[in-house]
Design a protein around this ligand. Structure first.
Ligand code: ATP
Length: 194
């Protein structure tokens, strides 16, 4: 069984996923997959540097992710080019990890689970839900980002309401971490019964 876990920036996906992992569940992380497919040894990185020029690489040969992000942020045709290169590779990488999972169910974590179409792979969609003010406060405290940086990322993500509408289970993360873990434990027990 595949369980998708999503939520906006700073909602608590990582905190929840880490606890699922402690309970013995295999966690597959889409953010890590998106980094893995552009590692220096991977063919995608050569294609990216052919397309954007060698300046897109750092001096150690790794991808300059910040530069790439700013290039595609302002240019939708470049963004489409990049997405059509990377999305199939990321999906293959994730599918291989999911297939290798041996825990009673596997957890797929992606802030863009619903936007990416990966939600359709999942038997359950778990949304970590928090009030927007809390998302902003927690992300600012974690990343040392400005309020406007966090707000612009939130503006590019699905709204809280839209995400909740697609959820089959909701974890409400507006109290302390103890309350989050308790909800994860309850949900874990429910999922084990399926
Ligand atoms: P992103 O999408 O940016 O990766 P995320 O959804 O994975 O974010 P986390 O990194 O898990 O979010 O949480 C954001 C910050 O809020 C972290 O510093 C985390 O420790 C903290 N946090 C999460 N849940 C709680 C909570 N219930 N009480 C206090 N702090 C929390």
């Amino acid at each position: 069984m595949l369980v998708g876990l999503t939520g906006g920036i700073g909602s608590g996906k990582t905190a929840a996923a880490d606890y699922f992992a402690e309970l013995g569940i295999d966690v597959v992380d889409a953010d890590l997959a998106s980094r893995a497919v552009v590692e220096p040894s991977k063919p995608a990185l050569a294609k990216i540097s052919e397309h954007f020029g060698p300046d897109i690489l750092l001096s150690d040969g790794a991808l300059d992710r910040a530069k790439l992000r700013s290039l595609v942020f302002s240019d939708s045709s470049q963004r489409k080019w990049l997405q059509s290169l990377l999305h199939p590779l990321i999906n293959d990488h994730l599918q291989a990890q999911i297939a290798a999972s041996t825990s009673p169910y596997c957890l797929l974590v992606n802030p863009l689970l619903l936007e990416s179409g990966q939600g359709q792979w999942c038997d359950e969609i778990v949304v970590v839900d928090v009030p927007e003010t809390m998302q902003i406060e927690r992300t600012m405290a974690r990343d040392d980002n400005s309020r406007s940086q966090v707000e612009s990322i939130m503006a590019a993500q699905m709204t809280r309401e839209a995400r909740r509408e697609k959820a089959s289970k909701v974890i409400t993360n507006d109290l302390d971490l103890g309350s989050l873990y308790k909800q994860v434990e309850t949900l874990h027990r429910e999922l084990l019964q399926k």
